[in-house]
Ligand binder design. Sequence first.
Ligand SMILES: Nc1ncnc2c1ncn2[C@@H]1O[C@H](COP(=O)(O)OP(=O)(O)OP(=O)(O)O)[C@@H](O)[C@H]1O
Length: 471
Amino acid sequence: MTNDSWGEIREQLEHRLGKNNYTTWIEPLKLSDLKNGVARFEVPTSFFGDWVNRNFADHIRTHLNANGVQVERVEFAVRPGTRRAAASAQAAAANGAAPRAKTASAERAPATKARAARPRVADEDLPGAPLDARFTFDSFVVGKPNELAHAAAKRVSEGGPVSFNPLFLYGGVGLGKTHLMHAIAHELQARRPDLRVLYLSAEQFMYRFVQALRDRSVMDFKEMFRSVDVLMVDDVQFIAGKDSTQEEFFHTFNALVDQNKQIVISADRAPGEIKDLEERIKSRLQCGLVVDLHPTDYELRLGILQQKADFYRDQYRGLTIAPGVLEFLAHRITTNVRVLEGALTRLFAFASLVGREITLDLTQDCLADILRASDRKVTIEEIQRKVAEHYNIRLSDMIGPKRLRNIARPRQIAMYLSKQLTPRSLPEIGRRFGGRDHTTIMHGVRKIEELMATDSQLADDLQLLKRLLQG
Ligand SMILES: Nc1ncnc2c1ncn2[C@@H]1O[C@H](COP(=O)(O)OP(=O)(O)OP(=O)(O)O)[C@@H](O)[C@H]1O
């Protein structure tokens, strides 16, 4: 294979993996050897090699094969002479092992000097995770539940003086923590290319630390983490209960705060609620700004769907989406944004395959499983309350003994809906309706079924109530 053809394959990889991944992980690879079905690449550090091997080796192999370069394996080896002179690095980093009070001053001075000349740790040695090119502030939809987190992230991304440290973002699964962290990193890279920004997951922090212990290069590890200007650690709950990693994280954290370097942390819950996290770490994490991403509301879900639908309309030209479909999805899928996005992706892919407009019917067919899983669990109490409100009777009349038609009929409607919308048995429903017998419930359910066939007003009422209860 010539350098030209590797150049072409690299271009294809850039297209496949996105600009950021390409620049960070693919461009620095140097093809050193190709024989016996093995392609060997030189990499700047062993961590770099491990990462590329774990995340991109398959892509590289597939693209080589697709371009007629038959390989069974790709391997990565550290470029000879890349490692810094161990002795000087160890000596410089030894400060990092000194007691903390000393560390602060001992480290601050050389760090400032190093910045003026060149950092002691080269940028390509930073063990960051790749950034997702799609996770930017532009693509982040802001609503009430996430507006504070968004504003705080924006402030940090300006790269100005550190005003709160750390910024701690927390919230449930798929609510946009990682998206915001990547957005901060992208923005900082654009606005302040002079800053060394390191984003990685807590798991990678641990992996990197354990590797340093194994390779007896803990000093290098310390030096590297203390040389960054902005450290972002995702999913910090991961290190809870992992004693030596917590210890190291604590020291890294303190060293950076002492140097007035910005730290951004994310987790699935508030610092005080992370089990098995040392108290001193919890209290350090609470020192800055702790912001919570709340579960999405209807407006935010609709906004996200509208934005993604615009994107897909561009991608699948000619596909149309009927009015009401996005609103329906925003109502029905309330679990998390990842599920919402997955639903829309599937919907557009399906509609383009069958060449049909995205209507409500098509949506219900195509997403039956997701919609079933997201169905709200309706309770008998909710049904009684909604029906009582709708017919303007008292909630107590639902379980009371009155037999007047204007009370008995709504009560039967509530019985019917309880049978339809909950998994409760007739005797259970009877107990919730003032201890009535199951035969009374059965009678009520049948009565409503009969009436529905002839009374269109009643049928409409039932439709509406069902929608309200399930929405
Ligand atoms: N407000 C938003 N605007 C646009 N996209 C969003 C928003 N919130 C979440 N997403 C999208 O939802 C998906 C899940 O978000 P992300 O990975 O950031 O969640 P997370 O909070 O880090 O979840 P986890 O706990 O699983 O790590 C991503 O594709 C992200 O782009």
